[in-house]
Ligand binder design. Structure first.
Ligand SMILES: [Zn+2]
Length: 286
């Protein structure tokens, strides 16, 4: 049976890379925290279809909303890390990256009272240094590789990785990578993993693409963010049209769209797993 992994990067509207120029980290404390309401809506949808997701939680958010993180976990979802300050791996040096990764891990583990073993890099900006830091600091897997190379912020995967099952890579140190799913079409890579692409592509076509990925690859990894389900968020001025378009398009209808998307695949008897459950399957295969 093919598997679907639903993942949520838990960050708020002012922490996204497209708005970075307007909201450096020292301004975040003055911004309205809005993610609880759209996240509650996501939890309701996941509960309605009995889907357990993986939440990659930003440490900065977890520090301010520890009980909310516990609440997400109480619905049966996996809590993993999205770093602390949403810094791109390629923009900071090794010691700052290590500090950011460890800070988020400690905050989340203090809240959860159990090991946090998964990580997703901000804007999928993974690299070789990050993978060695993650392995070194007790993480088991990363889910940050996106092979849509036309996007300038996305990182790369170095070294030798073996596919232990469709959608799950393992390196020689026993560390795992779960890449974001993209569509391969006539030798081209088309972004099909979620986020803004999910909001932009007509749902019937998106579903068709996901079915193709599932039949060709055997698994599909989807990602979204709570701010993509928050139509009331402040409309930021002073950003370029491209970032504005990518950030705001389709937000008003996105919750219904997500519900229809999940219902369609749930009705078709696909298996929904958390990232850790998926890694556990991979370990059996090794
Ligand atoms: Zn993010």
């Amino acid at each position: 049976m093919a598997q679907i992994l639903v993942t949520v990067d838990l960050e708020d509207w002012f922490q996204v890379e497209n708005l970075r120029s307007c909201f450096p980290i020292d301004t975040w404390q003055n911004c309205e925290l809005r993610l609880e309401e759209p996240t509650h809506k996501l939890l309701e949808v996941f509960d309605a279809y009995n889907i357990k997701a993986t939440f990659f939680v930003l440490g900065w958010i977890a520090k301010r909303l520890p009980n909310f993180v516990k609440k997400i976990s109480s619905h049966g979802h996996e809590i993993a890390s999205h770093g602390y300050g949403h810094k791109l791996c390629c923009d900071i040096n090794q010691s700052s990256l290590r500090e950011d990764v460890l800070k988020s891990k400690r905050i989340l583990e203090d809240i959860m009272s159990r090991p946090v073993t998964g990580y997703r890099a901000p804007s999928f900006s993974t690299n070789k240094t990050l993978v060695s830091i993650l392995k070194d600091t007790g993480f088991v897997y990363d889910s940050s590789y996106n092979d849509f190379s036309a996007h300038g912020r996305y990182g790369s995967l170095h070294g030798s990785w073996k596919e232990v099952r469709p959608g799950l890579l393992r390196n020689h140190e026993g560390f795992y990578e779960m890449p974001v799913s993209n569509l391969k079409f006539f030798g081209r890579t088309i972004p099909w993993g979620g986020g803004g692409y999910f909001r932009l592509i007509p749902l019937w076509l998106f579903n068709k693409g996901v079915k193709r990925i599932l039949s060709k690859r055997g698994s599909y990894l989807f990602y979204c963010h709570p701010w993509e389900f928050d139509p009331g968020q402040p409309k930021v001025q002073g950003i370029n049209w491209n970032h504005r378009f990518r950030h705001y398009t389709g937000i008003g209808r996105n919750l219904k769209r997500l519900e229809n998307f999940l219902k369609n695949f749930k009705d078709n008897q696909f298996e929904f797993l958390t990232c850790s459950q998926f890694v556990a399957l991979g370990k059996q295969a090794v």
